[in-house]
Design a protein. Structure first.
Length: 286
């Protein structure tokens, strides 16, 4: 950024300064681009006050020309004109996406508290008021987002179909230690056979939520729910025989497992109460 001394300012800006940062993201055949524009505009300068001569004079003229073109564009946007003169200067041409596009724009106006610069300060504040009236609605590039979502939806559907073909339910015997009766056998019904596909599906769903700006879902405990043991020795033998076979049968979790879980909890509570009663009677005998 060029600076030079004038009568009004020892370190006066002698040009507008713009910094444009482009971010490109590609997923498959679809690409997205975002732009961050930082603009430091030079202040309006009256040649009589600044005493600019030679190169400084031409620099002041260029600054004022760019500011005038910017003011005309803001006025056209406020009036809802069909034509906005962005091409009148390089400054407005570069700022056009931020002025009337789908961008989020912030304008900071500065002024001087010195009474001798009151006229320039008032003009700057009026310019800020006009900028505040311009309505922009920041949004994603609809075509790119739609293409990305469509591609992700296709991958998600294919992944779910693959999981449906590979996944099976298995009932496994798990040894548990009961504090009253010692070791017991419980059963767990878990999905197996498509672990890698499940991880890929979760990654695709997470990416889709990010593109739509949705909040991540609360984590779900992947641990299988322990099920109650069988109600009869015959049923126990059948279940153990099924799980010991080399090729485990495909099965879905029976709905009666929930009832068994409740029965197991009730039986455990009864055991605890009986143990407490026995302990109380033993204390009375002593």
């Amino acid at each position: 950024k060029r600076r030079a001394a004038t009568v009004m300012n020892e370190r006066s800006s002698r040009a507008h300064a713009l910094l444009l940062l482009d971010l490109r993201q590609s997923i498959g055949e679809v690409s997205m681009m975002n732009t961050l524009c930082l603009a430091d505009l030079g202040g309006c300068e009256q040649l009589k006050k600044s005493g600019a001569e030679g190169d400084r004079r031409q620099e002041a003229i260029n600054i004022n020309t760019g500011l005038l073109a910017l003011k005309q564009c803001i006025t056209a946007l406020n009036e809802g004109a069909h034509y906005v003169p962005y091409q009148d200067s390089k400054l407005t041409h570069l700022l056009s996406p931020a002025l009337g596009g789908d961008a989020k724009t912030v304008v900071v106006v500065t002024g001087s508290m010195d009474p001798q610069h009151a006229n320039e300060t008032m003009q700057a504040l009026r310019f800020g008021e006009k900028c505040a009236v311009v309505e922009n609605q920041a949004k994603n590039q609809a075509s790119c987002i739609a293409g990305l979502i469509a591609a992700l939806d296709a991958d998600i559907a294919a992944c779910r179909e693959e999981i449906k073909q590979k996944e099976r339910w298995e009932t496994r015997a798990v040894k548990k230690v009961d504090e009253f009766d010692g070791e017991e056998v419980a059963f767990q019904t878990v999905p197996v056979g498509a672990e890698a596909e499940q991880e890929r599906l979760e990654a695709l769903l997470k990416r889709r939520r990010e593109l739509l700006g949705e909040q991540p879902e609360a984590p779900v405990d992947p641990a299988p729910v322990p099920m109650a043991g069988p109600s009869s020795p015959t049923e126990s033998d059948e279940l153990l025989a099924d799980t010991s076979e080399p090729q485990k049968k495909k099965c879905k979790p029976p709905s009666r497992f929930a009832d068994r879980q409740q029965a197991q909890a009730k039986a455990l509570e009864e055991k605890r109460q009986a143990a407490a009663e026995r302990s109380a009677r033993a204390e009375e005998r002593r």
